[in-house]
Write a protein that binds this ligand. Structure first.
Ligand SMILES: Cc1ncc(COP(=O)(O)O)c(C=O)c1O
Length: 204
């Protein structure tokens, strides 16, 4: 299916920063996986790790723990300063998990509050809920009817968030760096201010 305009080029091989197409033409790749898989094409340590794991265990049921899952969880929680984590297959799925978690918190701790404040021009993914959460022009209504429960405010405006919080609010969702909006950094004071504001208003 056409999900984006693609040139007819077909890539058949990648090594480091270089890609080769089916006609043998070589390209210097500045994109790779957009924001992900940015280690270069087929680096030897990655190939060796994938090979070793494929020879050991590929897919145990998610109803059980497996050793690589525990090792990765330990490394990520230590690096991020978090206690637990949820493994997902994509950014949209991670955000869906966060939205569900926020709604659950609102149900248990805030009398059924379910609204999430997000920002204009934000991008949170391509599932129905994350499209509704996004503030990219036209994106939230592209697959109408829109998933309800998302309130949009200008990015970087702490007062706008403070004014938008009400009894229905359960969370604020922002990109620390807006990506699709044009690589726009959230000032430290904004992020720290959101932390203080949401803690202050969590039960009021
Ligand atoms: C800020 C942000 N959130 C979420 C997503 C969605 O991630 P994925 O494409 O892995 O579902 C993206 C993807 O570009 C993103 O830039």
């Amino acid at each position: 299916m056409e999900i984006t305009a693609r040139p007819p080029t077909v890539f058949v091989k990648g090594q480091g920063s270089w890609l080769t197409d089916s006609a043998g033409k070589v390209y210097l790749d500045f994109i790779q996986g957009w924001a992900v898989n940015c280690l270069g094409h087929s680096p030897a340590p990655l190939v060796a790790a994938i090979k070793a794991q494929a020879e050991t265990l590929i897919n145990a049921s998610p109803a059980f723990y497996n050793q690589p899952m525990l090792d990765l969880a330990a490394a990520l929680t230590a690096a991020a300063g978090l206690e637990r984590l949820f493994f997902a297959n994509s950014g949209a799925e991670a955000n869906e998990g966060a939205i569900k978690l926020a709604r659950k918190w609102g149900r248990i701790h805030r009398g059924g509050a379910h609204e999430i404040i997000t920002t204009h021009n934000s991008f949170h993914g391509r599932t129905l809920a994350t499209m509704a959460a996004s503030g990219k022009a036209g994106w939230d209504d592209m697959s109408a009817p829109r998933v309800p429960g998302f309130v949009k405010v200008p990015f970087g405006d702490l007062n706008a968030v403070a004014a938008a919080i009400n009894v229905n609010t359960t969370a604020v969702m922002v990109e620390p760096i807006q990506g699709e909006a044009g690589v726009i950094d959230a000032p430290d004071a904004y992020m720290l201010g959101l932390r203080v504001l949401t803690e202050e208003r969590a039960f009021s």
